[in-house]
Design a protein around this ligand. Structure first.
Ligand code: NAD
Length: 497
């Protein structure tokens, strides 16, 4: 059976790990590999290699670091199909969707190619007689990323290209559910000319995460995953003195106003709800149907959901693949089991129906549940599956209030023909990423990505300019050269003259 190893100091290694976990083919429900689960000593070894490599890497010019990213971009493009196939095999999403994930990740590498510009500081000539001031940003040292299963390539790529281009060394703890791509990325970095030790991977579970959070040699932690773990990561890493950004779960609402183009709204929301079997942090999981939009919207959503072709991710005919594991499929079915008893109407039921070629896989079909109440589990919890809940309200005020009262604040969308209504929605929702007639407002690499409220713990979003700030610290320099004949004398606090 294939063993998925760690990558430390430029080589694949078993480390001291003795524990392993199974990696599944979600379309078949079978085990395809065993992944090593790191112990504290493996994390320590990765941090030691990273610390040694970082000292030299920091000294390389930003231009040289950018050239590694240019080479990495070419290699990622050349291996995009291979990466997409690996994602699909372990995650279950359809290959076309995995290809999109890889493309969005490559855009962050393209952003990191501009690091010489992004690291430019400021300069003030003559803040006092003979005195100049300037600022620069320097890397933090060794930084770590802890990432979720649902974007095994894109989410780590939100982090390491920017961290590395800034002059840091990186230790990745990928999801143990789909770990293989982390090692192909390691080999591509090596081919791109990245010195060994600058990018390291420790495979693992909670033990590895806790070792990362407590490791004194790690200066900063970027985390993406569920809210309970994000909160824990933020607290524990902060307590050990690290800089932390911890992105959590989501409950993304699409508010559909009565004046919206219902065909457009239904098509867009269908893609956002059921793409990747609903396992996206930007998936729309709640539709808020305002006033007269409800009946027409629900009938359109129902016909579209029922028409989705479900099948193995590797089959080009499939539009939606399986859930990532058996527990996820059980969780989603459990929500559908309870929905009726909690007052809702299951309009499209994904619990039945065998999938040809995936009879033992972790499949649940697209599901639509109407008349969901705010106290139902389906509304209160992050389902992270192909279930779209419809909540009906009478007014746009109620819709905004409802979105703002939800503890999550990752994404929200509004569908309307009114510029004024859209503008009001954008300004008034307590949400980090907002779409207007766009269901998945996924910012580009040169903007930052992150939510509000329980969807993010910490001060900075990932990538874009915020990513550069997160992975660097500012230094302000005041400079005088005594040979210009001007000296400050006396004990008083110096002031500009
Ligand atoms: P998860 O929280 O279970 O796991 C994330 C990471 O934390 C993994 O590397 C895992 O090994 C580790 N981990 C899990 N349990 C842990 C524990 N008790 N202690 C320490 N470490 C632990 O998340 P997941 O199921 O892999 O991913 C899905 C979740 O991620 C969803 O909630 C989704 O909304 C969220 N997500 C959020 C964003 C965002 O941008 N906000 C993006 C992608 C995914």
């Amino acid at each position: 059976m294939l063993r998925i190893e760690h990558w430390i100091d430029g080589v694949g290694t078993a480390g001291v790990s003795t524990r392993t976990a199974p990696v599944f083919d979600p379309a078949r429900g079978t085990v395809s590999a065993q992944v090593r689960l790191a112990e504290q000593a493996d994390v320590d070894a990765a941090v030691a290699a990273a610390t040694k490599a970082q000292t030299a890497w920091q000294q390389r010019s930003p231009l040289v670091r950018a050239r590694v990213m240019f080479a990495m971009r070419e290699l990622l493009n050349a291996h995009a199909d291979e990466l997409a196939a690996m994602i699909s095999a372990e995650h279950g999403k359809v290959v076309a969707d995995a290809r999109g994930e890889v493309a969005r990740g490559i855009e962050v590498v393209e952003f990191a190619c501009g690091i010489p510009h992004l690291l430019k500081g400021e300069y003030s000539d003559g803040v006092a007689t003979g005195v100049d001031a300037y600022s620069l940003r320097q890397p933090l040292g060794v930084v770590a990323g802890i990432t979720p299963f649902n974007f095994p390539v894109m989410v780590p790529l939100w982090m390491h290209p920017i961290a590395i281009a800034c002059g840091n060394a990186f230790v990745l703890k990928p999801s143990e559910q789909d770990p293989s791509t982390s090692l192909l990325i390691a080999r591509l970095y090596q081919q791109a000319g990245l010195p060994d030790g600058v990018y390291n991977v420790v495979q693992g579970d909670r033990t590895a995460v806790e070792a990362v959070l407590d490791q004194p040699g790690i200066a900063a932690v970027s985390f993406v995953g569920s809210t309970p773990v994000a909160r824990l990561v933020h607290q524990r890493a902060s307590a050990s003195g690290k800089r932390v950004q911890a992105l959590g779960g989501a409950k993304n609402h699409a508010v559909v106003l009565p004046d919206a183009d219902l065909d457009l709204a239904a098509s867009e929301i269908t893609g956002a709800a059921y793409g990747s079997a609903g396992q996206r942090c930007m998936a729309i999981s709640v539709v808020v149907a305002v006033g007269a939009s409800a009946d027409g919207l629900v009938s359109r959503l129902a016909s579209r959901a029922a028409a989705i072709r479900v099948g193995p991710g590797a089959d080009p005919a499939s539009e939606m693949g399986p859930l990532v594991n058996a527990a996820a499929a059980d969780r989603v079915r459990g929500h559908l089991d309870r929905a009726g008893a909690q007052g809702a109407t299951v309009v499209v039921d994904g619990r039945g129906g065998a999938v040809v070629g995936g009879e033992s896989g972790f499949f649940v079909g697209p599901s639509l549940v109407d008349h969901v109440t705010l106290d139902a589990d389906l509304y209160r919890q992050e389902v992270f599956g192909p279930v779209l809940a419809v909540v009906r309200v009478d007014t746009v005020d109620e819709a905004i209030e409802l979105v703002n009262a939800n503890p999550y604040g990752n994404g929200a969308a509004v569908f309307t023909a009114s510029g004024a209504a859209a503008r009001r929605f954008v300004r008034e929702v307590s949400i980090g990423m907002v779409g207007v007639n766009v269901p998945i407002p996924v910012p580009m690499a040169f903007y930052s990505f992150g939510g509000w409220k329980d969807s993010l713990f910490g001060d900075t979003h990932v990538h874009g300019a915020e990513g550069v700030r997160f992975y660097t610290r500012a230094k302000a320099v005041t400079s005088r050269w005594p040979d210009d004949g001007v000296a400050h004398t006396g004990l008083h606090f110096p002031t500009a003259q």
